[in-house]
Design a protein around this ligand. Structure first.
Ligand SMILES: [Cu+2]
Ligand SMILES: [Zn+2]
Length: 209
């Protein structure tokens, strides 16, 4: 078992298999309860993530995503958690286009764009989100901002994945963008993903122990 120190509270936390097991005060007193004060410590130093711990934890950064004028019912959140190996990205969306045809189950390209604003014009309502975040000048789909697409399920989507392509500090102030079509992970410069249908700015969340 490994103990990790919380810099804010000076308490230590033991983590095993992604679950916070114990809290030890600076006085040496140990409690075994996963309480509110332990939540901010999730598993940034643990290899395995216990889903229940993830749900109880506040992310270090997040984006509130809203659809364009053509998709007024589309909204969701993207949460970013520090992890031993990178960043865990957890996404939920509601109000996605939902074609009836069984052979066109919806797939939506999903990226971090380098721009810091979800503004634009009539032709491209999120034009100011810019291009894919690409600090290393790589081709698509090796941009740091390229992420797995979302699968629509009756207008809803959920996704959770781990990436080491970016750090939290790099992406805060940038934008997450959802596209109307799938990403072919080949066409330059952005996978032929079609129009941008939703966007959200990534902001830091204050976590307290
Ligand atoms: Cu994009
Ligand atoms: Zn890309």
């Amino acid at each position: 078992m490994t103990w990790f120190l919380c810099p804010q509270s000076k308490a230590s936390f033991s983590v095993k298999a992604g679950t916070i097991l114990q809290r030890q005060e600076p006085t040496g007193e140990v409690s075994h309860i996963l309480n509110k004060k332990a939540r901010c410590l999730m598993n940034r130093n643990a290899r395995f993530i216990h889903p229940e711990t993830l749900w109880r934890t506040r992310p270090q950064a997040w984006a509130s995503v809203r659809g364009s004028a053509l998709y007024p019912n589309l909204f969701g959140t993207v949460r970013f958690y520090e992890h031993l190996y990178g960043v865990v990205v957890v996404t939920e969306m509601e109000g996605l286009p939902n074609p009836e045809n069984v052979c066109s189950s919806p797939v939506f390209a999903f990226h971090i764009h380098q721009g810091g604003s979800c503004t634009g014009d009539e032709a491209d309502p999120f034009a100011d989100s810019g291009m894919h975040y690409n600090p290393q000048n790589c081709p698509h789909p090796y941009h740091a901002g390229d992420m797995p697409p979302l699968f629509g399920v009756n207008g809803y989507a959920f996704s959770a994945f781990l990436t080491d392509r970016f750090t939290l500090s790099e992406i805060i102030g940038k934008t997450v963008v959802l596209h109307v079509s799938f990403d072919d992970f080949s066409t330059q410069p952005s996978g032929n993903a079609g129009a941008k249908i939703a966007c959200g700015k990534i902001v830091r969340r204050i976590t307290r122990c």
